[in-house]
Design a protein around this ligand. Structure first.
Ligand SMILES: Nc1ncnc2c1ncn2[C@@H]1O[C@H](COP(=O)(O)OP(=O)(O)OP(=O)(O)O)[C@@H](O)[C@H]1O
Ligand SMILES: [Mg+2]
Length: 266
């Protein structure tokens, strides 16, 4: 990365949704999952998306990441308007510019940790940047586990492989849907620490969905959704501040069965 782009990235937008709506079904069964959502994700920022179950978090991420179609509005990744792309171009953009970390790690059981990390690049016929790959592997602490299969790794280690896989191709933006949802709090904290470091030290842009105020506190910004709309936003969050805001969301009272003590949905 050049000095100029380092300076630029404080203001540059990695992805943007404008008046984005997503409607499932028709007539009586119609669900408005996203209702004219406008949001920009700044480069080199970690954004957490929160909100009650069914508020549209996954839908927003999937639409912005080009994994799902939308009903109206527009989405840009960098300078590229997703709506203008043909299927093949969209597939290529996803492959080249976007990284994903899902709650279920989506690792291939027959491949080693290293092979899983480089798989997307292998499929794309691209050679990994060796130095970068070493940096990523060292950062997630997998140097001595590279030849292990997923079944020989702990849950936290598997999730770290998934994080390394998302970082390895240096995508413009990484999306995580509850990337630490399946981990105990210590492994979760580790993975969040790596994501945090990749933003701070490597300039990576990350957007993650979480139900956990402690996880959200790792972010630079927390965006709250309710009923398919952005209803609140916090910069420089602490877990207490996030919990407080969650209490005031429509349908987001932690006393209701929707949330347990940690703010996760039941
Ligand atoms: N394929 C689908 N068909 C119909 N409705 C859907 C579909 N996918 C999601 N929805 C609805 O859209 C709304 C938003 O769903 P979404 O998965 O984005 O919520 P979420 O905020 O990610 O919830 P959770 O925290 O439970 O993961 C919900 O009301 C859901 O029932
Ligand atoms: Mg979801």
């Amino acid at each position: 990365m050049t000095t100029a782009s380092l300076a630029d990235r404080t203001t540059a937008v990695a992805a943007r949704a404008t008046e984005l709506s997503k409607i499932y079904g028709q007539g009586e069964t119609q669900v408005v999952a996203l209702d004219r959502v406008s949001i920009a994700f700044q480069q080199a920022e970690l954004t957490a998306i929160m909100g009650p179950s069914g508020s549209g978090k996954s839908t927003l991420m999937h639409c912005v990441a080009g994994l799902d179609s939308f009903s109206s509005g527009s989405v840009r990744i960098g300078e590229t308007e997703l709506g203008s792309l043909k299927d093949k171009q969209l597939t290529r953009l996803r492959r080249d510019k976007i990284g994903f970390i899902f709650q279920a790690f989506n690792l291939l059981p027959t491949l080693s940790a290293l092979e899983n990390i480089t798989l997307p690049m292998d499929i794309a016929g691209r050679k990994p940047d060796k130095q970068w790959l070493d940096t990523v592997i060292r950062m997630v602490g997998l140097s001595d586990r590279l030849s292990h299969r997923p079944s020989q790794l702990s849950g936290g280690q598997q999730q770290r492989v998934a994080v390394a896989r998302a970082l390895a191709s240096r995508p413009d933006i990484i999306f995580g849907d509850e990337p630490t949802g399946n981990l105990d709090s210590r492994s979760g904290a580790e993975v969040l620490g790596f994501l945090r470091n990749s933003v701070r030290e490597l300039g990576q842009t990350v957007v993650m969905v979480t139900h956990d105020p402690v996880a959200a506190a790792y972010a630079d910004r927390v965006v709250f959704l309710a009923d398919g709309r952005i209803v609140d936003e916090v910069y420089g969050p602490t877990a207490d501040l996030v919990l407080d805001r969650m209490r005031n969301l429509p349908g987001g009272n932690p006393q209701t069965p929707e949330f347990d003590a940690k703010g996760r949905t039941s």
